[in-house]
Write a protein of this length. Structure first.
Length: 185
Protein backbone atom coordinates (compact mmCIF):
# COMPACT_ATOMS: atom_id res chain seq x y z
CA UNK A 1 0.00 0.00 0.00
CA UNK A 2 2.91 2.36 0.68
CA UNK A 3 3.93 2.16 -2.99
CA UNK A 4 0.41 3.14 -4.06
CA UNK A 5 0.24 6.45 -2.15
CA UNK A 6 2.60 8.44 -4.41
CA UNK A 7 0.62 7.31 -7.46
CA UNK A 8 -2.66 8.34 -5.80
CA UNK A 9 -1.11 11.70 -4.89
CA UNK A 10 -0.03 12.28 -8.50
CA UNK A 11 -3.51 11.34 -9.77
CA UNK A 12 -5.12 13.54 -7.11
CA UNK A 13 -2.96 16.50 -8.12
CA UNK A 14 -4.01 15.90 -11.73
CA UNK A 15 -7.67 16.04 -10.68
CA UNK A 16 -7.01 19.20 -8.67
CA UNK A 17 -5.36 20.82 -11.69
CA UNK A 18 -8.28 19.76 -13.86
CA UNK A 19 -10.68 21.55 -11.50
CA UNK A 20 -8.67 24.79 -11.63
CA UNK A 21 -10.21 27.08 -14.28
CA UNK A 22 -6.85 28.70 -15.11
CA UNK A 23 -5.45 25.40 -16.35
CA UNK A 24 -7.85 25.10 -19.21
CA UNK A 25 -11.44 23.99 -18.73
CA UNK A 26 -12.69 27.55 -18.96
CA UNK A 27 -10.81 28.09 -22.25
CA UNK A 28 -12.02 24.75 -23.62
CA UNK A 29 -15.59 25.70 -22.75
CA UNK A 30 -15.09 29.08 -24.43
CA UNK A 31 -13.87 27.35 -27.60
CA UNK A 32 -16.94 25.12 -27.58
CA UNK A 33 -19.29 28.03 -26.84
CA UNK A 34 -17.77 30.26 -29.52
CA UNK A 35 -18.08 27.55 -32.17
CA UNK A 36 -21.43 26.19 -30.89
CA UNK A 37 -19.85 22.74 -31.04
CA UNK A 38 -19.07 20.61 -27.99
CA UNK A 39 -16.54 18.62 -29.99
CA UNK A 40 -14.49 21.81 -30.34
CA UNK A 41 -14.25 21.96 -26.55
CA UNK A 42 -12.93 18.40 -26.52
CA UNK A 43 -10.46 19.23 -29.31
CA UNK A 44 -9.09 22.00 -27.10
CA UNK A 45 -7.99 19.36 -24.58
CA UNK A 46 -5.04 18.29 -26.78
CA UNK A 47 -3.14 21.60 -26.67
CA UNK A 48 -4.13 22.13 -23.04
CA UNK A 49 -2.81 18.69 -22.13
CA UNK A 50 0.36 19.16 -24.16
CA UNK A 51 1.21 22.42 -22.40
CA UNK A 52 0.42 21.04 -18.95
CA UNK A 53 2.34 17.81 -19.43
CA UNK A 54 5.29 19.76 -20.88
CA UNK A 55 5.43 21.83 -17.69
CA UNK A 56 5.29 18.77 -15.44
CA UNK A 57 7.76 16.85 -17.62
CA UNK A 58 10.23 19.72 -17.54
CA UNK A 59 10.25 19.70 -13.75
CA UNK A 60 10.42 15.88 -13.65
CA UNK A 61 13.46 15.91 -15.95
CA UNK A 62 15.12 18.61 -13.86
CA UNK A 63 14.52 16.53 -10.71
CA UNK A 64 15.98 13.43 -12.40
CA UNK A 65 19.02 15.44 -13.51
CA UNK A 66 19.50 16.66 -9.96
CA UNK A 67 19.11 20.30 -10.93
CA UNK A 68 17.81 22.49 -8.14
CA UNK A 69 15.43 25.12 -9.46
CA UNK A 70 14.03 27.87 -7.30
CA UNK A 71 10.25 27.96 -7.53
CA UNK A 72 10.39 31.76 -7.31
CA UNK A 73 12.87 31.97 -10.21
CA UNK A 74 10.69 29.65 -12.31
CA UNK A 75 7.55 31.64 -11.53
CA UNK A 76 9.27 34.98 -12.24
CA UNK A 77 10.51 33.69 -15.61
CA UNK A 78 7.06 32.45 -16.58
CA UNK A 79 5.43 35.67 -15.33
CA UNK A 80 7.83 37.68 -17.51
CA UNK A 81 6.91 35.55 -20.54
CA UNK A 82 3.23 36.06 -19.75
CA UNK A 83 3.69 39.84 -19.49
CA UNK A 84 5.54 39.88 -22.82
CA UNK A 85 2.69 37.99 -24.48
CA UNK A 86 0.08 40.35 -22.98
CA UNK A 87 2.09 43.42 -24.05
CA UNK A 88 2.41 42.00 -27.58
CA UNK A 89 -1.34 41.38 -27.67
CA UNK A 90 -2.20 44.96 -26.70
CA UNK A 91 0.54 46.68 -28.69
CA UNK A 92 -1.29 48.47 -31.51
CA UNK A 93 1.53 47.97 -34.01
CA UNK A 94 1.71 44.23 -33.43
CA UNK A 95 0.71 42.05 -36.39
CA UNK A 96 -2.97 41.09 -36.47
CA UNK A 97 -2.08 37.42 -36.01
CA UNK A 98 -0.67 38.16 -32.55
CA UNK A 99 -3.87 39.92 -31.46
CA UNK A 100 -6.18 37.22 -32.85
CA UNK A 101 -7.90 34.68 -30.57
CA UNK A 102 -5.61 31.85 -29.55
CA UNK A 103 -5.22 28.88 -31.84
CA UNK A 104 -3.96 25.48 -30.77
CA UNK A 105 -0.35 26.66 -30.43
CA UNK A 106 -1.47 29.63 -28.36
CA UNK A 107 -3.60 27.36 -26.20
CA UNK A 108 -0.65 25.00 -25.61
CA UNK A 109 1.61 27.93 -24.71
CA UNK A 110 -1.03 29.34 -22.37
CA UNK A 111 -1.39 25.96 -20.68
CA UNK A 112 2.38 25.64 -20.30
CA UNK A 113 2.67 29.15 -18.85
CA UNK A 114 -0.25 28.75 -16.43
CA UNK A 115 0.89 25.31 -15.31
CA UNK A 116 4.41 26.58 -14.76
CA UNK A 117 3.25 29.81 -13.11
CA UNK A 118 1.18 28.12 -10.44
CA UNK A 119 3.79 25.41 -9.98
CA UNK A 120 2.09 22.37 -11.50
CA UNK A 121 5.38 20.57 -12.05
CA UNK A 122 6.81 21.60 -8.70
CA UNK A 123 3.75 20.27 -6.89
CA UNK A 124 4.37 16.70 -8.07
CA UNK A 125 7.98 16.61 -6.83
CA UNK A 126 7.16 15.30 -3.31
CA UNK A 127 5.19 12.41 -4.83
CA UNK A 128 7.66 11.91 -7.69
CA UNK A 129 10.82 11.60 -5.56
CA UNK A 130 9.84 8.38 -3.73
CA UNK A 131 8.81 6.79 -7.03
CA UNK A 132 12.04 7.68 -8.80
CA UNK A 133 14.22 6.66 -5.86
CA UNK A 134 12.68 3.21 -5.46
CA UNK A 135 12.92 2.32 -9.14
CA UNK A 136 9.59 0.51 -9.29
CA UNK A 137 7.32 0.14 -12.37
CA UNK A 138 8.84 -3.25 -13.13
CA UNK A 139 12.38 -1.96 -12.40
CA UNK A 140 12.31 0.19 -15.51
CA UNK A 141 14.39 2.89 -13.94
CA UNK A 142 13.61 6.36 -12.75
CA UNK A 143 13.10 7.89 -16.22
CA UNK A 144 10.27 5.54 -17.20
CA UNK A 145 8.77 5.86 -13.73
CA UNK A 146 8.80 9.65 -14.05
CA UNK A 147 7.24 9.43 -17.51
CA UNK A 148 4.53 7.09 -16.23
CA UNK A 149 3.80 9.51 -13.38
CA UNK A 150 3.60 12.45 -15.79
CA UNK A 151 1.28 10.45 -18.07
CA UNK A 152 -1.01 9.51 -15.16
CA UNK A 153 -1.08 13.10 -13.91
CA UNK A 154 -1.85 14.44 -17.39
CA UNK A 155 -4.53 11.86 -18.14
CA UNK A 156 -6.42 12.55 -14.91
CA UNK A 157 -6.07 16.30 -15.43
CA UNK A 158 -7.46 16.06 -18.97
CA UNK A 159 -10.33 13.85 -17.88
CA UNK A 160 -11.42 16.31 -15.19
CA UNK A 161 -10.83 19.30 -17.51
CA UNK A 162 -13.05 17.71 -20.17
CA UNK A 163 -15.81 16.94 -17.68
CA UNK A 164 -15.69 20.52 -16.36
CA UNK A 165 -15.75 22.06 -19.87
CA UNK A 166 -18.66 19.89 -21.00
CA UNK A 167 -20.51 20.60 -17.75
CA UNK A 168 -20.07 24.32 -18.30
CA UNK A 169 -21.41 24.00 -21.85
CA UNK A 170 -24.43 22.06 -20.60
CA UNK A 171 -25.07 24.81 -18.07
CA UNK A 172 -24.94 27.45 -20.81
CA UNK A 173 -27.30 25.38 -22.97
CA UNK A 174 -29.72 25.00 -20.06
CA UNK A 175 -29.70 28.76 -19.37
CA UNK A 176 -30.12 29.60 -23.06
CA UNK A 177 -33.14 27.28 -23.36
CA UNK A 178 -34.78 28.84 -20.29
CA UNK A 179 -34.20 32.35 -21.64
CA UNK A 180 -35.62 31.42 -25.07
CA UNK A 181 -38.76 29.98 -23.45
CA UNK A 182 -39.09 32.99 -21.17
CA UNK A 183 -39.13 30.75 -18.12
CA UNK A 184 -38.85 32.36 -14.68
CA UNK A 185 -35.84 31.46 -12.58
Amino acid sequence: MAELWPWLAIAGLGALHGLNPTTGWMLAAAWGLRSSDRRQALRALWPIGLGHVASVALVALLVLAGVSVSRLALQCTVAALLLVSVAAHFWRRAPKAIRAPAGQVGMALWSFLMSSLHGAGVMVVPALLPLCMTGNVLDSGPLLTALAAVALHGAVMLLVTGVMALGMLRGFDFCARRVRRGAAW
